[in-house]
Design a protein around this ligand. Structure first.
Ligand SMILES: [Zn+2]
Length: 440
């Protein structure tokens, strides 16, 4: 090769990885039908960190996890410690969850889904404590690994996600809507060393990690776990990191067998490898982050409304009503929720938008309409997973995502009709702060 190829690197990059597989049987999250702890492990779960440092020493850290969802109570602790120990502030740290439904129950996430006995509860508490340590440590490991690197970005696409909000005469149910909106994009951020060798790849897809349904009791990362393993096997020495995008209303199709989880994972890995082999757009320039909280409100609620549910046939509705009434008794009913919105900008080339919660696909489609679909990656399930996040359209349609699921998340009820406007206004603000302009 000509010596011209030895050009100086645009960035430094460091990668850390740490196994977060539960060490003993633990309640698994995601399906309310589960009634006992996990039974073995299909493959390890991972927390992986990518730290990028620009030529002026500015740093961002992106952490991906094979987990159902990291709650604010945990990410706040991790973020405070990452800032104190490593000097990376909240705006420069992204914590994403893959939303695997064959992973452990995470303390303070979907907690009203199960009522655990003291022993099972202790296992969940211990897991959360160990996880907190590991999420801090994995960022430290990535910082230790910092070495000259170049970044490039491109988009592939996959089609195994299907919109799952099926319209019926009795309302919207979880099923299949082949006509409903989806986001087929598979964004790929390639991290290479100065020798051109692949060091890491950050990729994403907007689709629930729910190929494996409630009857599966073995721990895994679902299709995203299989995809990461396949990419790493095909690229020895490189780390593959899966980011969950805005796939709250998207399910893999078809689903419900282990073979299908492997098949979807392989499809995604093949597409990521294909994109890695094409000429990607160079990403260079300073890194900058903005992080902002917006207080979301809820539809009207009342003590009487929850009291009326105490004799409901559904055990989850009763459990939820009791929890809400306890808050009324304490004089502290939930009126608002602090929702995190974040943007990370790489020069003029790439923006990562990271939204909290289970974000429906309407948000990514709207953000790409407003900001263009080039050099952008929009993730949900970031920094806090407190509930589903409906668009106004989905909120008005009703169903599981905007309404019934709030019970499992321990929130009082659906958001109010300002939800999309408030979140998008905050997206506009963080985009402005990092310097990403709208196209219209
Ligand atoms: Zn979900």
């Amino acid at each position: 090769m000509a010596p011209l190829c030895m050009a100086a690197a645009d960035y430094k990059a460091g990668i850390g990885r740490i196994v977060i597989t539960p060490e003993k049987p633990i309640y698994m999250s995601g399906y309310a039908s589960r009634n006992h702890p996990s039974e073995g492990v299909i493959h390890d779960l991972w927390a992986k960190a990518l730290v990028i440092e620009d030529s002026k020493g500015g740093r961002v850290a992106i952490v991906t996890t094979d987990l159902i969802g990291l709650p604010r109570s945990l990410t706040d602790i991790v973020a405070a410690r990452v800032e104190k120990q490593y000097g990376i502030d909240r705006a420069q740290l992204v914590l994403n969850s893959s939303h695997t439904h064959t992973g452990p129950l995470i303390r303070h996430n979907l907690e009203t889904m199960f009522e655990l006995g003291p022993e099972d509860s202790q296992v969940v508490t211990d897991y959360a404590a160990a996880l907190t340590e590991k999420l801090v440590a994995v960022v430290g490991a990535a910082l230790q690994d910092l070495a000259p690197a170049n970044l490039s970005f491109g988009n592939g696409h996959a089609t195994f996600a299907i919109n799952r909000r099926q319209k019926t005469p009795r309302g919207v149910i979880i099923g299949e809507d082949p006509e409903g909106p989806t986001d087929p994009d598979v964004p790929v951020l390639k991290v290479t060393g100065t020798d051109g060798k692949l060091r890491a790849v950050l990729f994403g897809y907007a689709c629930h990690n729910t190929t494996l349904t409630g009857e599966f009791y073995r721990i895994s990362g679902d299709y995203a776990g299989f995809a990461q393993i396949a990419i790493e096997e095909g690229n020895p020495g490189a780390t593959a990191m899966f980011m969950m995008l805005a796939g709250a209303d998207q399910n893999p199709h078809p689903r419900s067998t282990l073979e299908l989880a492997q098949q979807h994972g392989k499809e995604l890995a093949t597409e990521v490898n294909r994109v890695l082999g094409t000429k990607l757009a160079r990403v260079h320039g300073p890194v900058r982050g903005a992080f902002q909280i917006v207080e979301l409100g809820f539809a009207p609620q009342s003590r009487e409304g929850f009291e009326a549910r105490l004799h409901d046939k559904d055990v989850h509705r009763v459990r939820h009503a009791k929890a809400m009434l306890r808050l009324y008794d304490d004089g502290n009913p939930i009126r608002r929720y602090p929702y995190p919105v974040q943007a990370i900008q790489f020069g003029k080339d790439l923006t990562l938008v990271a939204l909290g919660g289970e974000v429906v696909v309407d948000y990514v489609l709207r953000i790409k309409r407003e900001y263009g679909s080039k050099g952008i990656m929009v993730a949900g399930y970031s920094n806090d997973v407190m509930s589903y996040i409906p668009s106004l359209r989905v909120l008005k349609e009703g169903g599981y995502e905007p309404d019934f699921s709030m019970i499992y998340y321990g929130l009082p009820g659906p958001y109010d009709e300002h939800v999309e406007d408030q979140i998008m206004n905050t997206v506009h603000q963080v985009m402005k702060r990092v310097g990403r302009a709208a196209v219209q």
